[in-house]
Design a protein around this ligand. Structure first.
Ligand code: ZN
Length: 311
């Protein structure tokens, strides 16, 4: 039993243009850290292409068709001010969503204890009917529906510690009382959603905004006081993590002040929670993190926490 690492090199070909913060370098540097001997025990798997029909679990047909119709033969297309695609972005997005589905399969089939998906584009800003904030398809929600539709699970919780609110995951889960979304995020900050009053159709959304400048203490406290109890009360059969590392103090896109070790801490706590609530079933997927050095160090601590769960 071990930790799976889902990855495919096409994630490096999703080119967002020079100076775009969501760059292939994020994956390249992280992969380099994960190639060190400490990570030899990872079960490395190629992220497969998802069956496009599964995208409709989380998205409208118009949205899915619109993304593929927008993909250029050469150069770039900006779907919005932030979200840029090139000719390889379609395959990268299909393998990001396919990777989390394969990770869910591997965990549910007891081939591995847990899994991390090192993929881009990220997913948590993609709403039911639109791409947004560097995201094309809502990978965490699609992974949750893979668990339900292919493995018969009823209840899945997504924990999102990216510094930005996952408006997309919230949007997809809003009317589904058997899907839980719990998020810590900076506020005010893009995308502007994620107030405490946004609770979903059945209290299945739990938003915990943090003020600019908040750091380790505030983050750990809100996790312990709100997010973890919320997940515990929900009683999920699988936990999915939207693992964004842009709440790091060195990140250029936000103003929270987490340290490397906060990501190690939250990862260990989520592993413990999964062991307590759902037989250790845990699938994590990369969201944000735009200082590539801080990102790769923090991902290393995150993946180490997942691997130690299997010792
Ligand atoms: Zn983010």
């Amino acid at each position: 039993m071990t930790t799976a690492l889902l990855y495919h090199p096409v994630s490096l070909l999703h080119d967002t243009g020079i100076h775009h913060p969501e760059s292939p370098l994020r994956i390249k540097e992280t992969l380099s850290v994960l190639s060190e001997a400490d990570f030899d025990a990872l079960d490395r798997r190629e992220a497969p292409v998802i069956d496009k029909a599964k995208l409709l679990w989380a998205h409208t047909k118009d949205h899915v068709d619109g993304v593929f119709q927008a993909i250029p033969d050469t150069g770039y297309v900006a779907i919005d001010g932030d979200t840029v695609i090139c000719k390889d972005s379609g395959e990268a997005a299909l393998r990001a969503a396919g990777g989390i589905c394969a990770a869910v399969d591997a965990v549910m089939n007891n081939e591995v204890d847990n899994a991390f998906c090192l993929s881009r584009p990220p997913g948590h800003h993609a709403e039911r009917d639109r791409a947004m904030g560097f995201c094309l398809f809502c990978n965490p929600a699609i992974g949750a529906y893979q668990a339900r539709n292919e493995h018969g699970l009823q209840k899945v919780a997504v924990i999102d510690f990216d510094v930005h609110h996952g408006n997309g995951t919230q949007d997809v889960f809003w009317s589904d009382p058997d899907m839980f979304y719990g998020s810590t995020h900076g506020s005010p900050l893009f995308p502007g959603t994620g107030s405490e009053g946004e609770v979903g159709v059945a209290g299945n959304i739990l938003n915990c905004p943090l003020p600019s400048g908040a750091g380790s203490y505030e983050f750990r406290k809100v996790m312990e006081d709100k997010i973890f109890p919320g997940v515990q009360d929900f009683r999920p059969e699988l936990i999915i993590v939207s693992a964004g590392f842009d709440a790091h103090r060195e990140d250029p896109l936000a103003s929270l002040n987490l340290e490397d070790e906060d990501f190690g801490w939250v990862s260990r706590r989520i592993v413990e929670l999964s062991q307590k609530l759902c037989q250790g079933r845990l699938v994590s997927i990369l969201e944000g993190g735009y200082n590539t050095h801080a990102l790769s160090r923090s991902v290393a601590l995150h993946v180490r926490a997942l691997m130690n769960a299997t010792d």
